[in-house]
Write a protein that binds this ligand. Structure first.
Ligand SMILES: Nc1ncnc2c1ncn2[C@@H]1O[C@H](COP(=O)(O)OP(=O)(O)OP(=O)(O)O)[C@@H](O)[C@H]1O
Ligand SMILES: [Mg+2]
Length: 322
């Protein structure tokens, strides 16, 4: 992890000085919904290999992963513990360097980027949501949401902030400190914080791992809305088939490889795929799916659009990668 990175929001403060040259995405490549160059993936990984350690103790965490993540899409990554999900996210985020292979994020090849370049990429183009909410307890919800912009000394775009706050459904909670919010509300603040700087892609590693099913649904519905309504691109690692069923597409990793994928998934189709992948699926995964935590009709105003949006936003849907 780069020195100077804010543990709370994932934003680096090391490269503030050159803010003016890098903070704003190229005007000609971004429309009002935040989508760029429709059709090209927001993230492309090719032949990614990541080996930790050497000799007998070497672990091949990624073993030749080639995958595209579509723009304006919600993609989930699943797989047994140790299958390489977090390693893939870290390589995409430039928090870890692949042993070989390439990663292109929003048109920028990151594998050979300098630390400074990676810092800038994370600061300007990526949003992070972690399992632990990582909110600053002394700041209000609103102050937590605008923290990445404050750290980067970037102005707050009031209109976009308003859209994010409306999407997060916490307009009447903005003056509250994290301790005065439920777990789900806190994670929605963390999601809003990831979105407020208009990142090219939000990377979420088990964002509902610490939440009950009701709070999980709130957060997942918000992530889905950020894609449907704000044109955000989201990649989320999860162990929970119900959580993954909120995504447009689910990728399955096993032993560092992409072994399967589903489009327009349901908890049932995900569970069946996990079952086919191998015995490593934990009892927790199965019991989570057994609970009836499927998208609630109240959240699912988006669900009926799922297929339409999937095809409208995913020209690559018909031709799965990898
Ligand atoms: N820094 C590291 N040093 C050595 N080995 C590592 C390191 N990080 C991950 N690994 C190994 O790489 C493999 C993949 O780990 P990774 O964290 O990507 O798995 P994961 O799919 O995210 O698992 P989980 O679901 O438990 O979070 C594992 O065998 C892990 O032990
Ligand atoms: Mg992990």
């Amino acid at each position: 992890m780069a020195a100077g990175r804010c543990e709370a929001c994932g934003v680096d403060d090391a490269a503030r000085a050159d803010e003016t040259t890098t903070a704003t995405p190229a005007a000609d490549s971004t429309d009002t919904a935040g989508r760029t160059a429709a059709g090209t993936p927001i993230v492309s990984a090719r032949d990614l290999v990541k080996v930790y350690g050497e000799g007998d103790t070497a672990v091949r965490a990624l073993d030749g992963v080639s995958v595209d993540f579509a723009r304006g899409a919600f993609t989930a990554i699943m797989g047994p513990s140790g299958s390489g999900k977090s390693t893939l996210m870290h390589c995409v985020a430039g928090l870890d360097r692949p042993t070989s292979g390439s990663v292109v994020v929003d048109g920028e090849e990151t594998s050979r980027m300098s630390e400074r370049g990676l810092t800038r990429l994370r600061r300007t183009r990526l949003g992070f949501v972690f399992q632990a909410f990582n909110l600053i307890p002394t700041l209000t919800a609103l102050e937590n949401i605008t923290l990445p912009l404050d750290i980067a000394r970037r102005p707050v775009d009031a209109e976009h902030l308003d859209a994010v706050v409306r999407a997060v459904g916490l307009a009447d909670r903005l003056d509250h400190k994290p301790a005065e919010l439920s777990g789900g509300q806190q994670q929605r603040v963390a999601c809003a914080r990831a979105l407020v700087a208009r990142p090219a892609v939000v990377l979420a590693d088990e964002p509902t791992g610490n939440l009950d099913s009701v709070s999980s649904r709130e957060v997942l519905a918000f992530l889905r809305r950020s894609v449907e309504d704000l044109g955000q691109s989201v990649v989320m690692v999860t162990h929970d088939p119900t959580a993954a069923s909120f995504a447009h597409r689910v990728l399955f990793l096993a032993d560092g490889r992409v072994v399967d994928e589903l489009h327009d998934p349901t908890a049932e189709s995900i569970l069946a795929t996990l079952g086919a992948i191998g015995p490593d699926v934990t009892r927790e995964d199965r019991s989570a799916a057994a609970l009836d935590t499927r998208p609630d009709p109240a959240d699912a105003e988006h669900a009926p659009h799922q297929e339409r949006h999937a095809h409208a936003h995913h020209p690559r849907h018909a031709a799965p990668e990898s």
